[in-house]
Design a protein around this ligand. Structure first.
Ligand SMILES: Nc1ncnc2c1ncn2[C@@H]1O[C@H](COP(=O)(O)OP(=O)(O)O)[C@@H](O)[C@H]1O
Ligand SMILES: CC(=O)N[C@@H](CCC(=O)OP(=O)(O)O)C(=O)O
Length: 276
């Protein structure tokens, strides 16, 4: 058992898009004790900028089809606009943040997703071939835990965006929930690691329209049933998949909850906790 503790927090695009919510979240993040890493998305902002430039967003199974035009947009939005603004805000709040893509320091090396047959159960796209374009998939060797550890030991707070690379000049777009999960798994070799997904709802909800219907704990073997009965849908499906992957592969604790309730994390009253 590692005695060093680390918290990895992922913040989604709906919170980033609201400046008051983002400001409060970054204050709470700064106040959180101990070593920490922030992973951010920003899908909503990339979609809006794309639309204003005449590039329509195409999502399949919660993942963005990333052609060359889209890759330019997401690189500008995630690695530039969002990442650098977040670092500047964290610096002003007293967190010594350093903003990084997966190419910086070779922190996350991904593999371009091959053209795959899409087979959701009963979906319209069943059997069709999908080319996701410049989307990067991660495996157990993708994240350099040693490099992240060196940054933490230097007193820095890594702020990772959803851009990775293949090591051969190509930048790739990787879902931020997946990055958070893979970083947490890799870091759990060195630290006792907890992973926290923050978004705009109070946790995984029994009824997505009732904000107070939070499910406090979900066991891995309950996930399939929640998908089948429609309790979890859309972006929540890949988020839960990533959450359970992390728990299965050695992360000590995984939570999904509301960004502005982050201060409740230690009290046991924060969001939904994933169980093995
Ligand atoms: N049972 C559920 N509980 C909470 N949210 C759910 C549920 N089922 C589907 N969702 C949807 O999942 C969304 C979160 O997924 P996503 O948009 O990918 O998150 P993020 O903003 O972190 O990227 C919520 O905004 C909500 O609309
Ligand atoms: C491949 C892929 O889908 N990448 C994501 C990366 C951003 C992200 O994950 O943003 P949120 O966390 O705000 O959804 C995308 O471009 O939407």
């Amino acid at each position: 058992m590692n005695n060093k503790q680390l918290t990895i927090i992922k913040i989604g695009g709906n919170v980033i898009d609201n400046s008051a919510n983002l400001h409060q979240f970054l204050l709470d993040f700064t106040a959180l004790p101990g070593d920490k890493i922030l992973v951010h998305g920003g899908g909503k902002i990339a979609t809006e900028l794309g639309e204003s430039l005449g590039v329509e967003a195409k999502m399949v199974d919660g993942r963005r089809i990333t052609d060359i035009e889209t890759l330019r947009i997401v690189t500008m939005v995630y690695a530039g606009l969002i990442n650098k603004n977040m670092v500047a805000q964290l610096q002003a709040k007293g967190s010594n943040a350093i903003g990084l893509t997966g190419a910086d320091g070779n922190i996350i090396k991904a593999k371009k997703r091959p053209i795959i047959k899409f087979s959701p159960s009963g979906g319209d796209l069943e059997g069709t071939e999908i080319d996701y374009g410049f989307v990067g998939d991660l495996d157990e060797n993708s994240v350099s835990a040693e490099t992240l550890d060196r940054l933490l030991q230097a007193g820095l707070v890594p702020v990772l965006c959803a851009i990775t690379h293949d090591g051969e000049t190509q930048l790739l777009n990787t879902n931020a929930d997946t990055i958070a999960s893979s970083v947490a798994v890799a870091m759990s070799a060195l630290y006792e690691t907890r992973l926290v997904y923050c978004f705009e709802k109070k946790g995984v909800l029994k009824d997505v329209n009732d904000d107070d219907s939070v499910v406090r704990e979900i066991k891995a073997n309950e996930f399939e049933g929640l998908k089948e009965d429609g309790t979890v849908q859309g972006g929540m499906i890949p988020k839960l998949h990533n959450a359970f992957e992390a728990i299965k592969k050695g992360v000590s604790a995984v939570y999904i909850g509301k960004a502005d309730e982050l201060m409740e994390l230690g009290s046991g009253a924060f969001g939904t906790k994933m169980l093995k």
